[in-house]
Design a protein around this ligand. Sequence first.
Ligand code: ADP
Ligand code: ADP
Ligand code: MG
Length: 642
Amino acid sequence: MFDTILIANRGEIACRVIRSARAMGVRSVAVYSEADANAAHVALADEAVLIGGPRPADSYLRGERIIEAALKTGAQAIHPGYGFLSENPDFVEAVEAAGLTFIGPSASAIRAMGLKDAAKQLMEKAGVPVVPGYMGENQDPAHLQAAADEIGYPVLIKAVAGGGGKGMRLVEVSRDFAAALESAQGEASTAFGNPAVLIEKYIQQPRHIEVQVFGDGTKAVHLFERDCSLQRRHQKVIEEAPAPGMTEEMRAAMGLAATRAAEAIGYKGAGTVEFIVDGSNGLRADGFWFMEMNTRLQVEHPVTELITGVDLVEWQLRVASGESLPAAQEELTITGHAFEARLYAEDVPAGFLPATGTLTHLSFPEGARIDSGVRQGDTISPWYDPMIAKVITHGPTRAVALARLRAALESTEVAGSVTNLAFLGALTRHEGFRAGEVDTGLIGRDIEALTAEAPVPDTTVALAALAAAGTGQGALAGFTLWAPLWQSVVLELGETEYTCAVAKAANGWIVRVNGTELSVEARAGALWVNGERAEGQALREGDTVSVFGAQTVHFTVKDPLDVAADHGAGAGVVLAPMPGLVKAVFVKPGEMVEKGARLAILEAMKMEHTLSAGRDGTVAEVLASAGQQVEAGAALIALEDE
Ligand code: ADP
Ligand code: ADP
Ligand code: MG
C-alpha cells in the first residue's frame, strides 16, 4: 500500500478521498488554488501545496504542477477525483512517466471511451447493445440529415466529445434538423474544441440506469446499478440504488454487458457504464442500450457504497497499489436501498442560476451521510462547481430510504446563499417519484409544481420579525410591560414586502404582520405562536433573517430609514449577474434592440448565461468584449435613455 497519495482535486471529492486514505493509514497531500487557500480539503489533508491561480486552467488543470507537487512531497500515487484531469489520458501518461501511479484506468482505456462514437463502435464489437444511430466519420450536414431521416424521429444529436449534458439536441421532426445540428456543433466546438457529432434514436420515456464496475486490468466485477433518471436538462439531481422495478433477469444482463465493456478495454479501477433504458413498458432484459462509459469514480458513487457496504475509494487504492480485486462477483450483494440528493448553491426561481456566497450558517442532521467540501463560514466562489453537499440516506426499503432523505433535507439548514433545497424537498414529495415511476422527463414535465413557491405562513414571518428585532436582548430589552412600544420591521422576500411591528407583551411579544396580530410566547425551550408550537428556527445574520424548517425562507431586513435604493440604471444597463467570462457580445452601439433580445453570453461556473435586454431601446455603449473576465455587477451594455 502507498504511504502517501496526492489528490488532484478539490471540494467534496477531495475530502471524500482523504477520509478513506486516512482510515487506511495513508497520508494525503492536497493541492489548491489561490481561491481555495482556506478550503476544507486543504485543512483536512496532512499536507497541502499551492499550485496556482483560481482559474482551473491555472491550477487544477495544470498536470505538470500537480506532478511536481507529488514528487516534492513524496507522494507515490495521484487520485484524480472526478472532473478536472480525471479523464485526461495525457495526464495519466505524464504521471506514469514521472514514476508515479495513477489511481485509475490506463491512458489507453480512457482513450478508448473518450469519444462517444468510437466507444459505441467498440462496444458493438464486444457484443454490448448500443443505441441505434449514426456514428460515422462523414460530418457533412446533408449526410447527417439523411442518416437522421433514416433512423426516424425523434433523434438526439450528440457531441462525440460531449460531457455534462452539453452539445446535445433533441430533434422531433426532419425540418428542424439543420438548425439543431448547427447549434449542437457550435456548442461542441466552444465547449470541447471538437464539432463532431453522432446521431442517436431518441428513446421514449427514457430511464438512465448505470452500472458500477470495478476492474483489475483484466477481470471486472459489477456492483449493481444506480438509477439516475431524475435529471434536469440532462444533469443528475437525485440518484438511487437499486433501480426501482429492476428484475433479476435484467440486472444480470446489464451487469454482464457492463463487465464485458470493462474487460474489453482492460479496465482498471472504478468506472461506470451508462445505459439508456426504454421505460415505456416496464424494465425488460432486451430494453437497454450502452450510452457511454465514465472512466472514473462517479459523483453518485455513495449510493452504491451504502447498498453494498463497499468503500469504493478503499478499493481504488488497493487495486492501484497492486492488489487483486477485493471481492468476487458472488460475494457482492445488495442490502436495502439508498438515495443521494445534490445540494447546490443555485437560484431556482432565476432558472437554476449558479449562486455564490459565504455560508453564514450550515447545519446537517444526524442520520444521513453528508459528503461535503464546505464548512460553515466557507465561501462558494464563482470559480468552481457550486455544490454544497450530497445528502445520502439508506434504508431497508425504498420507502424508508426516501422518507429518510425527505426528513434529512427538511432539517438541513443553509444560510448565506440561495440553494435548491426546497426543490429537492419537493421532489421527495412527488407522487410519481415516490411510487418509483421515474424517467428523465419527470422533472421537466412537473417543473412548475416542483419549483412553485409555497405561500409563507404568517407564523414564519412573525418568527423572522422577532429575530430581526432581536428578541429578548438587544433592541427589545428596554421595552416595558406597561407601554406597548412598537418597533417596526420591514421584511422583504423577492417582490413581496411584509410590514411588521413587534411589541413586548406580558408573556412574550405581540407581532403584527401586515395588520394581523399574532401573540408569541417563549416557553419550554420553544416559541409558541397563537398557542401553537412554532416549528421553524429563525436566525439573523447581517441583513438576512433565515427561518429554517420544513420550508426554509430567507428574508431581507429593510432598514426602515433607507430610501428605496435605486440599483444601477434599471433596465437601461445590463449588469453581469455574477463574476464570469464574457463569451460573446451580439450587439453594437447604435443598434436597435427589442425587450428580451439576446445581448451577450456570460460563462460562469461552467454554465452559459444569456443576458437579454430589459426593455426596447437603442444600444448606447458596449462596455465589455468577448474573452473579458468581469466582476459581478460590472456594466456590460448600456441602452440610450428613454
Ligand atoms: P456524473 O455527474 O454522472 O458523475 P458528469 O459527467 O455529469 O457525470 O460530471 C462529473 C464531473 O465532471 C462533475 O463534477 C462535473 O462538474 C464535471 N464535468 C462534467 N462535464 C464537464 C464539462 N464539460 N466541463 C467541465 N466539467 C465537467
Ligand atoms: P453526457 O456525456 O453529457 O453525460 P450522455 O450520453 O451520458 O451524455 O447523455 C446524458 C443524458 O441524456 C442521459 O442521462 C439521458 O438522460 C439523455 N439521453 C442520452 N441519450 C439518449 C437517448 N438516445 N435517448 C433518450 N435520452 C438520452
Ligand atoms: Mg453521461
